[in-house]
Design a protein around this ligand. Structure first.
Ligand code: GLP
Length: 263
Protein backbone atom coordinates (compact mmCIF):
# COMPACT_ATOMS: atom_id res chain seq x y z
CA UNK A 1 0.00 0.00 0.00
CA UNK A 2 1.17 3.50 -0.79
CA UNK A 3 0.14 6.23 1.64
CA UNK A 4 0.59 9.79 0.37
CA UNK A 5 0.20 12.59 2.91
CA UNK A 6 -0.38 15.98 1.32
CA UNK A 7 -0.71 19.33 3.03
CA UNK A 8 -4.09 20.49 1.77
CA UNK A 9 -7.35 18.90 0.54
CA UNK A 10 -6.77 20.68 -2.81
CA UNK A 11 -3.50 18.77 -3.20
CA UNK A 12 -5.37 15.49 -2.69
CA UNK A 13 -7.90 16.47 -5.37
CA UNK A 14 -5.21 17.52 -7.84
CA UNK A 15 -3.16 14.34 -7.43
CA UNK A 16 -6.26 12.13 -7.64
CA UNK A 17 -7.27 13.94 -10.84
CA UNK A 18 -3.74 13.38 -12.19
CA UNK A 19 -4.15 9.63 -11.61
CA UNK A 20 -7.48 9.53 -13.44
CA UNK A 21 -6.20 11.57 -16.39
CA UNK A 22 -2.99 9.59 -16.72
CA UNK A 23 -5.00 6.37 -16.95
CA UNK A 24 -7.46 7.75 -19.51
CA UNK A 25 -4.64 9.19 -21.64
CA UNK A 26 -2.88 5.85 -21.71
CA UNK A 27 -6.08 3.79 -22.04
CA UNK A 28 -8.88 5.74 -23.74
CA UNK A 29 -11.27 2.82 -23.14
CA UNK A 30 -10.53 2.70 -19.41
CA UNK A 31 -13.17 1.70 -16.88
CA UNK A 32 -13.49 4.01 -13.88
CA UNK A 33 -15.04 3.03 -10.56
CA UNK A 34 -16.68 6.05 -8.98
CA UNK A 35 -17.56 6.65 -5.33
CA UNK A 36 -20.20 9.08 -4.17
CA UNK A 37 -20.10 10.98 -0.86
CA UNK A 38 -18.26 14.21 -0.09
CA UNK A 39 -14.69 12.88 -0.19
CA UNK A 40 -14.24 12.70 -3.98
CA UNK A 41 -16.22 15.88 -4.72
CA UNK A 42 -13.23 18.19 -5.03
CA UNK A 43 -11.48 15.64 -7.26
CA UNK A 44 -14.56 15.51 -9.48
CA UNK A 45 -14.71 19.32 -9.54
CA UNK A 46 -11.04 19.41 -10.56
CA UNK A 47 -11.60 16.87 -13.35
CA UNK A 48 -14.57 18.90 -14.60
CA UNK A 49 -12.52 22.12 -14.44
CA UNK A 50 -9.71 20.57 -16.51
CA UNK A 51 -12.27 19.27 -19.00
CA UNK A 52 -13.78 22.75 -19.38
CA UNK A 53 -10.28 24.21 -19.74
CA UNK A 54 -9.64 21.85 -22.64
CA UNK A 55 -6.62 20.18 -21.06
CA UNK A 56 -8.32 16.88 -20.20
CA UNK A 57 -8.09 13.65 -22.20
CA UNK A 58 -11.17 12.52 -24.12
CA UNK A 59 -13.68 10.52 -22.08
CA UNK A 60 -15.60 9.47 -25.21
CA UNK A 61 -14.81 5.79 -24.79
CA UNK A 62 -14.49 5.62 -21.01
CA UNK A 63 -16.99 3.60 -19.01
CA UNK A 64 -17.88 4.35 -15.42
CA UNK A 65 -19.42 2.22 -12.68
CA UNK A 66 -20.68 3.43 -9.33
CA UNK A 67 -20.05 1.49 -6.14
CA UNK A 68 -23.46 1.33 -4.58
CA UNK A 69 -27.07 2.50 -4.64
CA UNK A 70 -29.95 3.09 -2.27
CA UNK A 71 -32.88 0.68 -2.51
CA UNK A 72 -36.34 1.96 -3.33
CA UNK A 73 -35.70 5.49 -4.59
CA UNK A 74 -37.65 6.26 -7.78
CA UNK A 75 -35.57 6.19 -11.00
CA UNK A 76 -33.90 9.55 -11.52
CA UNK A 77 -34.36 10.60 -7.87
CA UNK A 78 -31.71 13.30 -7.36
CA UNK A 79 -30.56 11.62 -4.13
CA UNK A 80 -29.83 8.32 -5.90
CA UNK A 81 -26.14 7.67 -6.39
CA UNK A 82 -26.68 7.19 -10.12
CA UNK A 83 -28.14 10.71 -10.40
CA UNK A 84 -25.54 12.11 -8.02
CA UNK A 85 -22.58 10.84 -10.03
CA UNK A 86 -24.04 12.26 -13.25
CA UNK A 87 -24.56 15.63 -11.61
CA UNK A 88 -21.17 15.74 -9.88
CA UNK A 89 -18.95 14.26 -12.57
CA UNK A 90 -19.97 12.27 -15.60
CA UNK A 91 -22.24 14.90 -17.18
CA UNK A 92 -19.39 17.40 -16.88
CA UNK A 93 -16.99 15.06 -18.66
CA UNK A 94 -19.44 14.47 -21.49
CA UNK A 95 -20.17 10.81 -20.68
CA UNK A 96 -23.51 9.66 -22.10
CA UNK A 97 -25.93 7.85 -19.79
CA UNK A 98 -25.10 4.55 -21.52
CA UNK A 99 -21.44 4.92 -20.49
CA UNK A 100 -22.33 4.99 -16.79
CA UNK A 101 -23.83 2.16 -14.75
CA UNK A 102 -24.74 1.55 -11.15
CA UNK A 103 -26.39 -1.23 -9.16
CA UNK A 104 -30.16 -1.45 -9.69
CA UNK A 105 -31.82 -0.37 -6.45
CA UNK A 106 -35.34 -0.89 -7.84
CA UNK A 107 -37.64 -3.10 -5.80
CA UNK A 108 -38.94 -5.19 -8.72
CA UNK A 109 -35.84 -7.29 -9.36
CA UNK A 110 -33.97 -6.77 -6.11
CA UNK A 111 -33.08 -10.45 -5.50
CA UNK A 112 -30.97 -10.50 -8.67
CA UNK A 113 -29.51 -6.96 -8.43
CA UNK A 114 -26.18 -8.20 -7.10
CA UNK A 115 -25.51 -10.87 -9.69
CA UNK A 116 -26.70 -8.61 -12.52
CA UNK A 117 -24.22 -5.90 -11.49
CA UNK A 118 -21.41 -8.44 -11.12
CA UNK A 119 -22.15 -9.57 -14.70
CA UNK A 120 -21.98 -5.97 -15.96
CA UNK A 121 -18.63 -5.44 -14.29
CA UNK A 122 -17.32 -8.72 -15.64
CA UNK A 123 -18.52 -7.96 -19.19
CA UNK A 124 -16.75 -4.60 -19.05
CA UNK A 125 -13.49 -6.37 -18.21
CA UNK A 126 -13.40 -5.14 -14.60
CA UNK A 127 -12.48 -1.76 -13.16
CA UNK A 128 -9.12 -0.16 -13.97
CA UNK A 129 -9.16 2.57 -11.33
CA UNK A 130 -11.55 2.57 -8.38
CA UNK A 131 -11.98 5.81 -6.47
CA UNK A 132 -13.02 5.23 -2.85
CA UNK A 133 -14.01 7.25 0.18
CA UNK A 134 -14.11 5.86 3.70
CA UNK A 135 -16.95 5.98 6.22
CA UNK A 136 -16.29 7.35 9.68
CA UNK A 137 -16.63 3.77 10.99
CA UNK A 138 -14.26 2.39 8.35
CA UNK A 139 -16.94 1.28 5.89
CA UNK A 140 -16.13 1.02 2.21
CA UNK A 141 -18.89 1.64 -0.34
CA UNK A 142 -21.82 0.43 1.80
CA UNK A 143 -19.97 -2.50 3.30
CA UNK A 144 -20.63 -1.93 6.98
CA UNK A 145 -18.39 -3.31 9.75
CA UNK A 146 -18.79 -7.09 9.83
CA UNK A 147 -19.02 -7.40 6.03
CA UNK A 148 -17.18 -10.43 4.68
CA UNK A 149 -13.81 -9.44 3.26
CA UNK A 150 -14.58 -11.58 0.18
CA UNK A 151 -18.17 -10.35 -0.27
CA UNK A 152 -19.75 -9.73 -3.68
CA UNK A 153 -22.36 -7.18 -4.81
CA UNK A 154 -25.46 -7.71 -2.68
CA UNK A 155 -28.22 -6.21 -0.59
CA UNK A 156 -27.10 -4.69 2.73
CA UNK A 157 -28.77 -2.97 5.66
CA UNK A 158 -27.21 0.33 6.74
CA UNK A 159 -26.14 1.01 10.31
CA UNK A 160 -27.80 3.88 12.10
CA UNK A 161 -24.46 5.72 12.09
CA UNK A 162 -24.17 5.56 8.29
CA UNK A 163 -27.76 6.68 7.90
CA UNK A 164 -27.03 9.60 10.25
CA UNK A 165 -23.85 10.44 8.30
CA UNK A 166 -25.87 10.55 5.07
CA UNK A 167 -28.98 12.23 6.49
CA UNK A 168 -27.71 15.61 5.25
CA UNK A 169 -28.74 14.61 1.74
CA UNK A 170 -32.33 13.91 2.84
CA UNK A 171 -35.06 15.97 4.53
CA UNK A 172 -34.82 13.85 7.68
CA UNK A 173 -33.14 10.73 9.05
CA UNK A 174 -36.39 8.80 8.55
CA UNK A 175 -36.13 9.38 4.81
CA UNK A 176 -32.68 7.80 4.48
CA UNK A 177 -33.25 4.32 3.00
CA UNK A 178 -32.35 1.43 5.29
CA UNK A 179 -31.29 -0.85 2.46
CA UNK A 180 -28.72 -0.56 -0.31
CA UNK A 181 -27.12 -2.63 -3.06
CA UNK A 182 -23.35 -2.37 -2.81
CA UNK A 183 -20.31 -3.84 -4.48
CA UNK A 184 -18.78 -6.30 -2.03
CA UNK A 185 -15.29 -6.01 -0.59
CA UNK A 186 -14.20 -8.89 -2.82
CA UNK A 187 -15.69 -7.12 -5.85
CA UNK A 188 -13.91 -3.87 -5.01
CA UNK A 189 -10.66 -5.77 -4.48
CA UNK A 190 -10.72 -6.92 -8.11
CA UNK A 191 -10.24 -3.38 -9.41
CA UNK A 192 -6.71 -3.08 -10.75
CA UNK A 193 -5.92 0.09 -8.79
CA UNK A 194 -7.66 1.38 -5.66
CA UNK A 195 -7.44 5.08 -4.86
CA UNK A 196 -8.82 5.96 -1.44
CA UNK A 197 -9.35 9.66 -0.70
CA UNK A 198 -9.79 11.06 2.81
CA UNK A 199 -9.58 14.59 4.15
CA UNK A 200 -10.34 16.22 7.49
CA UNK A 201 -10.03 15.16 11.12
CA UNK A 202 -13.35 13.29 11.00
CA UNK A 203 -11.65 10.58 8.95
CA UNK A 204 -8.40 10.32 10.94
CA UNK A 205 -9.41 7.38 13.15
CA UNK A 206 -10.93 5.41 10.27
CA UNK A 207 -7.85 5.98 8.08
CA UNK A 208 -5.48 4.86 10.85
CA UNK A 209 -7.57 1.72 11.49
CA UNK A 210 -7.70 0.90 7.79
CA UNK A 211 -4.01 1.51 7.04
CA UNK A 212 -2.22 0.53 10.25
CA UNK A 213 -4.76 -1.52 12.19
CA UNK A 214 -5.39 -5.25 11.85
CA UNK A 215 -6.97 -6.72 8.73
CA UNK A 216 -10.48 -7.26 10.00
CA UNK A 217 -14.10 -7.25 8.87
CA UNK A 218 -14.67 -4.85 11.78
CA UNK A 219 -12.90 -2.24 9.66
CA UNK A 220 -13.97 -3.02 6.08
CA UNK A 221 -11.47 -0.55 4.57
CA UNK A 222 -8.62 -2.59 6.08
CA UNK A 223 -9.17 -4.91 3.08
CA UNK A 224 -6.95 -2.46 1.18
CA UNK A 225 -4.03 -4.10 2.97
CA UNK A 226 -4.60 -7.21 0.84
CA UNK A 227 -4.57 -5.32 -2.46
CA UNK A 228 -1.52 -5.35 -4.69
CA UNK A 229 -2.00 -1.72 -5.77
CA UNK A 230 -3.77 0.50 -3.27
CA UNK A 231 -3.01 4.21 -2.98
CA UNK A 232 -4.27 6.18 0.01
CA UNK A 233 -4.33 9.96 -0.53
CA UNK A 234 -4.86 11.93 2.68
CA UNK A 235 -4.43 15.50 3.82
CA UNK A 236 -2.54 16.30 7.02
CA UNK A 237 -5.75 16.24 9.09
CA UNK A 238 -6.94 12.85 7.90
CA UNK A 239 -3.38 11.57 8.50
CA UNK A 240 -3.55 12.82 12.10
CA UNK A 241 -3.82 9.40 13.77
CA UNK A 242 -1.31 7.56 11.55
CA UNK A 243 1.85 6.39 13.31
CA UNK A 244 4.17 6.26 10.31
CA UNK A 245 3.55 9.67 8.73
CA UNK A 246 7.24 10.59 8.62
CA UNK A 247 8.01 7.40 6.74
CA UNK A 248 5.16 7.92 4.25
CA UNK A 249 6.38 11.47 3.58
CA UNK A 250 9.98 10.29 3.15
CA UNK A 251 8.91 7.60 0.68
CA UNK A 252 6.83 10.05 -1.34
CA UNK A 253 9.52 12.73 -1.43
CA UNK A 254 11.99 10.17 -2.74
CA UNK A 255 9.63 8.78 -5.34
CA UNK A 256 11.19 8.92 -8.80
CA UNK A 257 9.49 10.98 -11.49
CA UNK A 258 8.78 7.89 -13.60
CA UNK A 259 6.57 6.50 -10.83
CA UNK A 260 4.43 9.65 -10.60
CA UNK A 261 1.38 10.45 -12.73
CA UNK A 262 2.53 12.53 -15.69
CA UNK A 263 0.05 15.31 -16.51
C1 GLP B 1 -21.28 6.66 1.88
C2 GLP B 1 -20.82 6.01 0.60
C3 GLP B 1 -19.35 5.66 0.63
C4 GLP B 1 -18.57 6.88 1.10
C5 GLP B 1 -19.00 7.23 2.49
C6 GLP B 1 -18.22 8.41 3.09
O1 GLP B 1 -21.58 5.73 2.87
N1 GLP B 1 -21.56 4.83 0.28
O2 GLP B 1 -18.92 5.26 -0.65
O3 GLP B 1 -17.19 6.60 1.08
O4 GLP B 1 -20.36 7.59 2.43
O5 GLP B 1 -18.82 9.59 2.67
P1 GLP B 1 -18.16 10.99 2.76
O6 GLP B 1 -17.10 11.02 1.72
O7 GLP B 1 -19.29 11.92 2.46
O8 GLP B 1 -17.63 11.15 4.13
Amino acid sequence: MEVIVLDRPEDVAALAADHVEELVRAHPRATLGLATGSSPLSTYAELARRHRAGTAPSYDQVRAFTLDEYVGLPPGDPRSYRATIARELTDHLGLAAAQVAGPDGGLEQLPTAGERYEALLRDAGGIDLQILGIGSDGHLAFNEPGSALSSRTRLKTLTRRTREDNARFFASLDEVPRHVVTQGLGTIGEARHLLLLATGTGKAAAVAAAVEGPLTASCPASVLQLHRRATVLVDTKAAGALGRVDYYREVYEGKPAWQRPST
